[in-house]
Design a protein around this ligand. Structure first.
Ligand SMILES: [Zn+2]
Length: 450
């Protein structure tokens, strides 16, 4: 097959093993595309799947996903395609991403025949395309690729061969690679540990053109510098890990013009007051679109529109500033799901959508897929933002480490409180006195507080 080329666009692929990723650093390192692990077999979903997709999209990477195939029959292969397609719906469907879905078929632990490998592969690919409306590509290793017959040459090949010098071998189905995974030990800023490195056979615009999504997924924030993406982050002022409800964008000069990303009706255009849903947001212009979503432009130095006014997409609505709680001149832009009460303010992720994806869906006129409600989360998986505290509280024995996302009952919370109370008494008694004296005194205090 062909060798690597100097101007080929560079990318990576990731799964939960890369942990928390700083996508802005990845993008700054000129990694323009990423394939993100979505699913495996008939039930497994990578716990970092949706977080990774949102982070990578926010930072402006081209995003694709992959499924690790385990099937040994056509029937199970189809069931795996159903599981993968369902998981893709959580992030707006395969069509919401710029790069195609991937069948990762790379081993044969149960030793099925070559003919059966091809039956399984074709069943999965056909079903996946039927369900998602997007033609998938095939990921495999240099030697496993020899199993695939020329009935699969119509699918693009993403091949693994970890070498700088030895090109992938010609195969019955392919004489060229579309993407080459040339290292599994890459170092990329923003990622802890090793990461797989990939190269697409062409430039960035060739890559966009090949999968035909350039129009649908244009960067809605062209002309802005994205300084903080949507999602969990360390707050620039408080230093505390907190959910960032929108994106931070910067234009020069500091009081540069801000234009509407969508058309709609202005429902707020002044300093946000505490309790209104815009407290600490400074001067806010809020525009309600035709779907009822509220577009919030915060920290402005001046508003250029009036309440009740209809604005068009691209219309000047105000000037960038640093009003409210802000660490410097920037535009905080967020998209809320509702306008009332209090202008749709909800402290959690449940009240907002990822802005880049929302705008792309909106421009493309595809339906907006909402985030999964919290009640549908996998209670056995700890949330990324709670990982450190959960590890501590389980290590010190207050919780047993199981079901981190489950509701807590009265008796469970009672047990934890009681253990904490006893340990604190022991701690104090260790310095000055005995536990039963302290317990009596604490009981008196508790009786007074009832
Ligand atoms: Zn912000």
């Amino acid at each position: 097959m062909q060798a690597r080329k100097e101007n080929n666009v560079q990318g990576i692929d990731v799964s939960r093993y890369q942990g928390k990723i700083d996508w802005l650093q990845v993008k700054a390192d000129k990694r323009e595309f990423v394939f993100i692990k979505a699913t495996e077999g008939q039930t497994y979903t990578d716990p970092n799947f949706t977080t990774n997709v949102k982070g990578a999209l926010s930072a402006g990477l081209l995003v694709g996903t992959y499924h690790f195939l385990r099937a040994t029959s056509a029937e199970v292969a189809k069931a795996e395609a159903v599981h993968y397609a369902k998981s893709l719906e959580e992030i707006g469907g395969a069509k919401a991403l710029q790069l195609p879905p991937v069948m990762d078929y790379e081993n044969n632990p149960s030793g099925i025949s070559k003919a059966q490998i091809n039956i399984v592969a074709k069943a999965f690919l056909t079903e996946l395309e039927r369900l998602t409306g997007v033609k998938p590509i095939i990921y495999t290793g240099n030697s496993f690729a020899g199993n695939f017959d020329d009935g699969l040459s119509g699918y693009d090949l993403w091949i693994a061969r970890y070498s700088n010098t030895r090109v992938p071998d010609d195969q019955p189905a392919w004489k060229n690679w579309t993407i080459w995974q040339y290292s599994d030990a890459g170092k990329v800023p923003g990622i802890t540990g090793n990461v797989d490195l990939n190269e697409f056979n062409g430039s960035l615009s060739d890559l966009k053109a090949r999968y035909g999504k350039e129009k649908e997924m244009s960067n809605p924030f062209e002309g802005y510098r994205l300084t903080s993406p949507y999602g969990m982050r360390k707050h620039p002022v408080s230093g505390i890990n907190k959910f960032h409800r929108g994106v931070d964008l910067v234009v020069t000069p500091a009081d540069g013009p801000i234009y509407a990303f969508v058309a709609g009706e202005v429902i707020h255009a002044k300093m946000g007051v505490s309790g209104s849903g815009f407290g600490n947001y400074g001067i806010v212009v809020a525009i309600k679109d035709d779907k009822g979503y509220l577009h919030v432009y915060a920290h402005l130095s001046a508003a250029g529109v009036k309440v009740g006014q209809q604005v068009k997409r691209g219309q000047l609505i105000g000037k960038q500033g640093s009003t409210g709680i802000s660490s410097g001149a920037h535009l905080h832009y967020e998209v809320r799901k509702a306008c009332t009460p209090q202008f749709g303010y909800t402290a959690t992720e449940a009240g907002v959508v990822e802005p880049t994806q929302y705008l792309n869906n909106y421009y493309g006129q595809t339906p907006v897929k909402e985030d999964k409600p919290v009640s549908q989360r996998d209670i056995n998986v700890v949330s990324p933002w709670a990982e450190a505290a959960w590890a501590e509280v389980t290590a010190n024995g207050y919780y047993d480490g199981t079901r981190p996302g489950a509701m807590i009952t009265r008796e469970e919370s009672g047990i934890v409180t009681n253990r904490l109370r006893k340990n604190i008494l022991k701690l104090i008694a260790g310095i000055n006195g005995n536990v039963s004296d302290l317990d009596d005194r604490l009981k008196k205090i508790e009786a007074e507080e009832k």
